[in-house]
Design a protein around this ligand. Structure first.
Ligand SMILES: Cc1cc2nc3c(=O)[nH]c(=O)nc-3n(C[C@H](O)[C@H](O)[C@H](O)COP(=O)(O)O)c2cc1C
Length: 177
């Protein structure tokens, strides 16, 4: 499979990208090809809701979302990678998702396989449910086929995350796709 990993953390060497690396290691060993899109450091604007695209046309913005769009439309699977920010995904990743608007129909017809990798500082059970529910609803709406979630609680820094159980879990998710 061609797998696109969309990274939404401002920390290039942060916890979520560390987990994404483990996932990619496993997926490469399983024979998949990977393309990484570091969305947090790309030129991406928020959707203006201008309706120029009519949900199935050209977006008014000329930015890196065109590259993301082409990559996703030619992929078999996407992995959404995000730190937990106030119980949801980062704004950096949310901008990518809001910009699906101009190709929602094309993308939802693909029945794309997807996964979610998220890390949060706190370790209590209230940290992930909102993000998880959002992702699951997105999957239903977009006809995404969820392949798994790594919801890494208690992973506030890469030093801690490196020694967490989620490293192996992320690797296993990639390896067993
Ligand atoms: C703006 C902001 C909001 C955050 N909100 C939460 C939160 O709601 N719950 C939590 O447990 N951690 C929260 N955190 C901590 C990050 O989720 C955590 O440090 C994560 O490991 C960062 O991942 P990264 O290194 O990949 O960027 C927040 C951090 C920032 C900067």
């Amino acid at each position: 499979m061609k797998i696109v990993v969309i990274e939404g953390s401002p920390h290039k060497k942060g916890s979520t990208n560390l987990l994404a690396e483990q996932f990619m290691q496993g997926a490469k060993e399983a024979g998949h090809t990977i393309e990484v899109l570091d969305a947090a450091h790309m030129d991406i604007h928020p959707c203006m809701g201008c309706e120029h695209c009519g949900m199935d046309g050209n977006c008014a913005w000329q930015d890196d979302v065109w590259q993301i769009r082409d990559t996703l439309l030619s992929a078999d699977m996407a992995v959404f990678v995000t730190p937990v920010y106030y119980f949801g995904m980062s704004a950096q990743l949310k901008m990518v998702i809001d910009r699906f608007y101009s190709y929602t129909i094309k993308l939802s017809c693909k029945k794309l396989k997807t996964a979610l990798i998220a890390a949060a500082w706190d370790s209590d059970e209230d940290v992930m449910p909102c993000l998880k529910a959002h992702y699951q609803k997105l999957c239903r709406y977009m006809n995404f086929q969820d392949q798994g979630m790594i919801l890494a609680t208690g992973c506030g820094t890469p030093a801690v995350t490196k020694h967490s159980e989620y490293m192996k879990k992320a690797y296993a998710l990639g390896k067993h796709l």
